[in-house]
Design a protein around this ligand. Structure first.
Ligand code: MG
Length: 387
């Protein structure tokens, strides 16, 4: 029987590549639902190609638009409605940003398997997401290359997760982003266009800037902690500019297991979709001899202040990570709009966190309130800062 699939965020980078994977295995999947933030010609094309029974757009199209779809739901909350109503048992969550949280929770509550590419759901509300996954018996499968690598490394270890005592550490790798080699004094003057030039990965604007500040890696440490049940102090980050080793697990006997592959998101996407099987994948093979060498280095705390802010917020717990996510989201938007300089991103985020009054992150309401408070506070602080 074909796996019935819902893809949320189908027009984004992950969504498009997921549809490539599905197209390469047409006998394995049925795309029964597609969703995006807003209407685009690409979305119309996807719907025309895949003819899903259900489609959703958070922002309805302007004017009457005919889509060859069984039913179209639109408006705020449309993505959450779609995951509740779709016949899909497998949901790929590739919506970027805070908008991914509610549909992720709704999918898990409905007992559906979630292949998770969205970061904010676990950063903002990791406790809620994983508790819902456990109580509903609905799996969360990591799509992000680092977590997917760790998941692959832990497979066959005979334990359900990495919280087992024989895992000494999880080691996430980081490319270092666009400014890994830029002299520190020049970081001040970098432009949004420069920040958007990632050395290895083609991604959305927000995550590309987060990769340049390494906030993204801080988020990934938080995600790894929730996904694999490993305390923060047993998660490390290594700078690895080649983006070939996607992450590692260190065991108590000193053995390291790593997953290596060319940097191509279609592979981790496919692994999440094919699990527990492996299928041929149309990505180029890794030629280690041609590559010659792989390099690793410690992360520079001065250059990558954002990552350490994320780790501090994670250690404080409660609604600090939700506030971190909101502050960073606003700060990156302000940077992209030319209203904040690159080096002001960590300063403003730090200031927001210093002002945050935490609450237990036990309810969706508390998490969303902290996130939106932090976004507003960030804009308020940034308004008083000269670029
Ligand atoms: Mg990643």
């Amino acid at each position: 029987m074909r796996k019935r699939l819902a893809i949320l965020g189908s027009t984004g980078s992950i969504g498009r590549q997921a549809l490539d994977v599905v197209a390469a295995h047409p006998d394995r999947f049925e795309v029964v639902a597609l969703a995006a933030g807003r209407w685009s010609t690409l979305f119309a094309e996807q719907v025309a190609t895949w003819r899903p029974a259900l489609a959703a757009l958070e922002q309805p199209p302007e004017g009457a638009t005919e889509l060859p779809v069984g039913r179209l739901v639109t408006g705020p909350g449309a993505l959450t409605r779609l995951v509740r109503e779709t016949a899909a048992e497998f949901v790929l969550m590739a919506v970027a940003g805070r908008h991914g949280l509610c549909p992720t929770l709704a999918a898990l509550e409905a007992g559906k398997t979630v292949a998770l590419a969205n970061k904010e759901a676990l950063v903002m509300a990791g406790d809620l997401v994983m508790a819902t996954s456990r109580t509903r018996g609905a799996a969360v499968l990591p799509v992000d290359s680092e977590h997917n690598a760790i998941w692959q490394c832990l497979r066959g270890e005979g334990r359900p997760d990495a919280s087992a005592a024989d895992v000494a550490a999880l080691i996430l790798t980081a490319s270092g982003g666009a400014f890994r080699d830029l002299p520190l004094e020049r970081l001040r003057a970098v432009t949004p266009a420069e920040a958007l030039r990632h050395p290895t990965w083609q991604m959305g604007a927000k995550i590309t800037v987060d990769s340049a500040t390494l906030m993204n890696k801080g988020f990934e440490v938080i995600e790894a902690s929730w996904l694999f049940g490993v305390p923060l102090e047993r998660i490390r980050v290594l700078l690895h500019r080649e983006s070939i080793v996607h992450s590692l697990v260190e065991f108590i006997d000193g053995s390291l297991k790593a997953q290596l592959a060319v940097p191509d998101m279609r592979l981790p996407i496919q692994y999440a979709l094919s699990y527990p099987e492996r299928w041929p994948c149309p990505v180029p093979r890794l030629d280690l001899a041609q590559l010659g060498r792989l390099t690793f280095a410690e992360v520079d705390p001065e250059r990558f202040r954002c990552m350490y802010l994320a780790l501090e917020a994670a250690a404080r717990g409660q609604t600090y990570p939700a506030a971190l996510s909101g502050a960073d989201d606003a700060a990156v938007s302000l940077f992209l709009a030319g209203r904040l300089s690159f080096e002001q991103i960590p300063r403003v985020v730090e200031e927001v966190l210093a002002r945050h009054v935490p609450h237990p992150a036990a309810s969706l309401e508390a998490v969303l309130a902290a996130e939106s408070w932090a976004r507003r506070m960030c804009e308020e602080i940034a308004a008083g800062v000269a670029v």
